[in-house]
Design a protein around this ligand. Structure first.
Ligand SMILES: C[S@@+](CC[C@H](N)C(=O)[O-])C[C@H]1O[C@@H](n2cnc3c(N)ncnc32)[C@H](O)[C@@H]1O
Length: 245
C-alpha cells in the first residue's frame, strides 16, 4: 500500500461494507455444521466479521491477510474481546493458500474474493473445504441492467469483472457449488462502519496534504465512490452469496 492509502485506511472499523447482522444472517443459512466449525477468513482486514463470527458461533477461525497492520489490529481486537483462543491470524496470500485439502467447514471472505476474481476465487478455495462445506462471500454486484454511463465507467475501471447477481449465481455453479442463498447488504452497512469513518479520515487528510497531487487524487477517487453510491445504490451494491460444496 502507498502511504496515503495506508493513512486513509489505518484503524478503520472495517475495510469494506458489512455489518454484524448480515454476517450472522449468512452464517445462519448454513445447516448441519459442527458446533465449533473451522472457518478460514480470507482477506480478513481488521476483522470485524471475524470477531462477530467467533463471538456468536463458537467457531475456530484462521484469519489470513497480506497486510500485517490489519492482522495486528485483529489480534488486538481478539485479545480485548477475550477471543484470542478462537481466532488465529496468519500473514498469507489468498493466491498461495497452503492448507491441506478438506481442512475447513466454512470459507469466509467479505469484500475480498474479487482480488482473485469471483469465480476463480471460488474455484481456488474449493479443495480446502470439507465435503458439504460452505463458502460465504460478499461481492460488489450489479442489481439492475443499464446503469448510468458515469457509474458504469467508474466500476469498469475499478473492478473490471463486476457482474450482475444472476451472472455471479451462474459462476457459483460453474465453480462447483450449489447456491444456498443470497441477499443484498443494506445501505446502512456501507455507511455505518465504512463510509462514515472514511469521510472523517478524508477530511483530516485533505487538511494534512493540501498540496500533494497524488494524495488528493486518491482522496478524490474515494469521495467519488461514496458519491456514486449515494446516487446509484439502486444499480449496484454488495451481495452476500452463501454456497455449498
Ligand atoms: C476490501 S478489504 C476487506 C477486508 C475485510 N474482509 C472487511 O470486510 O473489512 C480487502 C482485504 O484483502 C486484503 N488482501 C489484499 N490482497 C490480498 C492477498 N493477496 N491475500 C490476502 N489478503 C489480501 C487486504 O489487505 C484487505 O484487508
Amino acid at each position: 500500500m502507498t502511504n496515503i492509502f495506508f493513512e486513509l485506511h489505518k484503524d478503520l472499523p472495517r475495510e469494506g461494507p458489512g455489518d454484524e447482522a448480515s454476517t450472522l444472517k449468512a452464517f445462519g443459512m448454513m445447516e448441519g455444521l459442527p458446533s465449533n466449525p473451522r472457518i478460514l477468513d480470507v482477506g480478513c482486514g481488521p476483522g470485524m466479521q471475524t470477531i462477530d463470527l467467533a463471538r456468536h458461533t463458537g467457531a475456530n477461525i484462521l484469519a489470513v491477510d497480506t497486510h500485517q497492520p490489519f492482522l495486528d489490529e485483529l489480534q488486538r481486537r481478539a485479545e480485548r474481546a477475550g477471543l484470542a483462543e478462537q481466532i488465529k491470524v496468519q500473514n498469507e496470500s489468498m493466491f498461495e493458500l497452503k492448507f491441506p485439502e478438506n481442512s475447513f467447514d466454512v470459507i469466509w471472505s467479505e469484500g475480498a474474493i474479487y482480488i482473485m476474481g469471483f469465480e476463480a476465487g471460488l474455484k481456488k478455495v474449493h479443495p480446502l473445504l470439507k465435503a458439504g462445506g460452505y463458502v460465504a462471500v460478499t461481492e460488489i454486484s450489479w442489481f439492475k441492467p443499464n446503469p448510468p454511463e458515469e457509474v458504469f465507467q467508474f466500476w469498469r475501471k475499478e473492478c473490471p469483472d463486476m457482474d450482475s447477481v444472476e451472472g455471479n449465481l451462474l459462476a457459483v455453479e460453474r465453480a462447483g457449488y450449489r447456491v444456498v442463498g443470497h441477499f443484498s447488504l443494506p445501505d446502512s452497512s456501507w455507511w455505518d462502519h465504512y463510509f462514515n469513518p472514511l469521510k472523517e479520515r478524508i477530511a483530516m487528510l485533505r487538511e494534512k496534504y493540501p498540496q500533494d497531487p497524488e494524495a488528493l487524487r486518491v482522496l478524490d477517487e474515494q469521495d467519488m465512490e461514496m458519491e456514486f453510491f449515494r446516487k446509484y445504490s439502486d444499480y449496484f451494491g454488495y451481495e452476500f452469496y452463501v454456497v455449498q460444496k
